[in-house]
Design a binder for this molecule. Structure first.
Ligand SMILES: [Zn+2]
Ligand SMILES: [Zn+2]
Length: 211
């Protein structure tokens, strides 16, 4: 099954409305696309609005889930906002991790992997072994990304996740049609980080999160 749970629409800083996102992902063979727009305390109500619209435009070729990516939220507020996102109907909660290409506040990774309402820690950068162990304990999946910037950390994420026994997930962090990875590119990104997409470490059934 081919899916992506970290995709941005025009409602944050992506360029496509959800209907076009669905069509483009379906066209290259995806079974499910999970919207996760940038959310903080000022726009958490967006989730419900996008969900209501998406439910009206069901696409037979691809399932569309509406989650959230908590972005640059102070670490001590992540748990509270993750709970709010759940109550707004988020199908999955992603936290924008400590990528080395943005000034994400230190402590963001640690807070995310210790929050039961978080499903995915995106692009965690120089992830610590302690945080990878907490991710395993709390069922938070660690992201390997096809995005060329954040992807600088993929090797470290794979190494530490394997050592801790934490789960991995492959996402695109899509913002623009040029970010849409083909099956072949996804496989090459994972292989270049030292694993194969068939590795047991990778989430292969998103219903485990979206349940
Ligand atoms: Zn963005
Ligand atoms: Zn993102």
């Amino acid at each position: 099954m081919m899916f992506d749970l970290h995709v941005h629409s025009v409602y944050s800083d992506g360029v496509l409305v959800p209907a076009e996102l669905a069509r483009r992902f379906a066209d290259v063979g995806y079974d499910l696309v999970g919207i996760a727009d940038h959310i903080d305390f000022t726009n958490v109500d967006l989730i419900g609005r996008v969900r209501t619209g998406v439910e009206k435009q069901v696409n037979e070729d691809v399932e569309v889930a509406v989650g959230a990516e908590l972005t640059h939220v102070p670490p001590d507020k992540i748990s509270e906002l993750a709970g709010r996102a759940r109550r707004e109907g988020a199908s999955h909660v992603v936290v924008h991790g400590e990528t080395i290409v943005e000034p994400v506040e230190p402590g963001t990774n640690a807070a995310a992997v210790r929050c039961r309402d978080v499903d995915v820690l995106a692009h965690p950068g120089v992830l610590s072994i302690e945080d990878a162990e907490a991710a395993r304990e709390n069922d938070v999946f660690l992201e390997v990304t096809t995005r060329t910037t954040h992807g600088l950390g993929n090797g470290r994420v794979v190494e530490v996740a394997r050592e801790a026994g934490a789960g991995l997930i492959l996402n695109s962090d899509f913002h623009h049609p040029r970010d849409l990875p083909t099956r072949e590119f996804r496989e090459n990104v994972v292989r270049s980080a030292g694993l194969s997409v068939d590795d047991d470490a990778f989430l292969n059934d998103p219903s485990e999160i979206l349940g």
